[in-house]
Ligand binder design. Structure first.
Ligand SMILES: Cc1ncc(COP(=O)(O)O)c(C=O)c1O
Length: 359
């Protein structure tokens, strides 16, 4: 029986012979003159590394380190950020002008953006109620006309985890027909809730991750795809020839070392404490209707109608994210949890706002 990935991949992708970069072809030898690199490095400024050679076709050591960290046995592929993973998956499994994806709104905007760019239609299934729960039946129905379903857990911008049982219900119902991508960009803040271990059981599940959030490596551009071999076979056809710069791989290996992981965990624990303190402070403010529970490094705040907290914070030099454009999130602002000092400053500014808006 053919895999879901095999059923969904467009004919053009099936026929595609991966681009044979010099590193992909590989070989053995003493003198490497096969990639039109500059053989004698030039050292610019204080940069001492040898940057004149193309990096590995696939940074296997990075993938192995991430696999160990994630405690999965399924294949892992390193890419340039979770955003590249989203784009790559859509391009691999959807045919422009014909196929659809499903997203559960409000959610991360890149899924729809990447689909739009390829004339792939987005079917929106709203999350339900104040708890932003998954509409399992709605997703399952929509998935019948879609190649990919994107579930974001914990979800951006609402901050909540999707229920594991709900994700499994969707995986079960779609296992013969649709690929389900679970975006776990924020999973480090609730690591035990990851569904990555289910990839072995559900070959239609693809998990995407990033080092941009809890690991604090946003500028390094490193993300991961965890998926069954049947999915990877197709993704590997489209993967760019040199997916990860050497300079990034070096930092990533440090971050994924035992020491690096415990540094990340300690920083996440501190952040979670700061988040709780901030939520306690803000919840008491008179212009705040609700602070939504968060499993991430941000909080979503629903303010009294017309209270323009976003603009006020901006006027005081504090940049947050306005969610007013999103119909389900009118009068909401999303605030990233920074250092205790930054959050104290936000609280001070909001207390001032409270006084001025009441007078
Ligand atoms: C849910 C979600 N997925 C993916 C990303 C992109 O991550 P990366 O920096 O790895 O491209 C973000 C970034 O904000 C995000 O919120």
């Amino acid at each position: 029986m053919s895999s879901v990935a095999e059923k969904l991949a467009p004919e053009a992708i099936k026929k595609l012979i991966p681009y044979q970069s010099a590193r992909r072809i590989g070989g053995t030898g003493r003198v490497w003159l096969n990639a039109n690199e500059l053989e004698t490095p030039i050292h610019y400024g204080d940069h001492v590394g040898d940057y004149h050679r193309y990096p590995d076709f696939l940074p296997h050591d990075v993938a192995r380190a991430y696999q160990a960290y994630s405690q999965v046995t399924s294949p892992v592929l390193a890419v340039r950020g979770a955003d590249e993973a989203i784009d790559l998956l859509i391009r691999t499994f959807c045919q422009p002008g014909r196929d659809n994806i499903v997203v559960c709104t409000p959610t991360y905007a890149m899924y729809e953006f990447c689909a739009d760019a390829l004339a792939i239609a987005t079917i929106k299934v709203p999350l339900i109620g104040e708890q932003f729960k998954l509409d399992c039946q709605g997703v399952i129905n929509a998935a019948q006309n879609a190649n990919l379903v994107f579930l974001c857990s914990p979800n951006n911008p609402t901050g909540n985890l999707l229920d594991r049982g709900d994700i499994i219900e969707v995986l079960e119902a779609t296992k013969h027909n649709t690929l389900v991508v679970v975006d776990e960009a924020y999973i480090e803040f609730e690591f035990q809730q990851s569904v990555a271990s289910l990839v072995g059981e559900y070959p239609n599940l693809i998990v995407i991750r990033t080092l941009s959030k809890a690991f604090g490596l946003a500028s390094v551009r490193c993300g991961f795809i965890i998926a069954a071999p049947s999915v990877m076979d197709f993704v590997m056809k489209l993967i760019p020839p040199y997916p990860m710069p050497d300079s990034s791989s070096k930092v990533v290996l440090e971050a994924l070392s035992k020491e690096g992981i415990s540094q990340m965990r300690a920083a996440s624990d501190r952040l979670i404490q700061t988040r709780q303190w901030f939520i306690d402070q803000v919840s008491r403010m008179p212009f705040v209707n609700k602070v939504y529970p968060s499993a991430t490094n941000f909080v979503l705040i629903h303010t009294r109608q017309g209270a323009n907290v976003f603009d006020y914070l901006l006027s005081q030099g504090i940049v947050t994210r306005n969610q007013h454009h999103e119909p389900a999130l009118r009068d909401c602002v999303r605030i990233t949890i920074g250092s205790q000092q930054s959050m104290q400053e936000v609280v001070d500014v909001l207390n001032r706002y409270s006084i001025t808006s009441n007078s």
